[in-house]
Design a protein around this ligand. Sequence first.
Ligand SMILES: [Zn+2]
Length: 139
Amino acid sequence: MTLLTPQAGDIPLPVPGALSVPYWEGCAAGELRFQRCSDCGGATHTPAVLCAHCTSTDLVWEVSSGRGEVYSWTTIWRPATPAFEVPYVPLIVEMEEGWHMLADLVGCEHDAVHVGLAVEVEFFAHPGGITLPYFHPRR
Ligand SMILES: [Zn+2]
């Protein structure tokens, strides 16, 4: 039995840009943030200038509940770089607020994942200097 854990090696890390700084600052503060449109109410992720639903530029940051369900997933055994420990399980999570995000599964075995699995975000401060979101099964 091997539980999936955050990647702590010398993996490629995201580089926050002007649009995504609030998102990454949220992760460091233990908040999963997304953008909400003030015109149509739709949620947008990844960080953007325009609403994904109506192209409004009136987007405001909100904090997610951090809860969602697995929408899709895959198991990686042959990573793009050997810095990744395998297996790891990238997920597309459908968040309670109706938006989707990509992150890895932790806290269970790789074969415990299934579509509809209830998950919750947790954060891992990578030694490379950025805090990354992961999801574990809800208990
Ligand atoms: Zn909109």
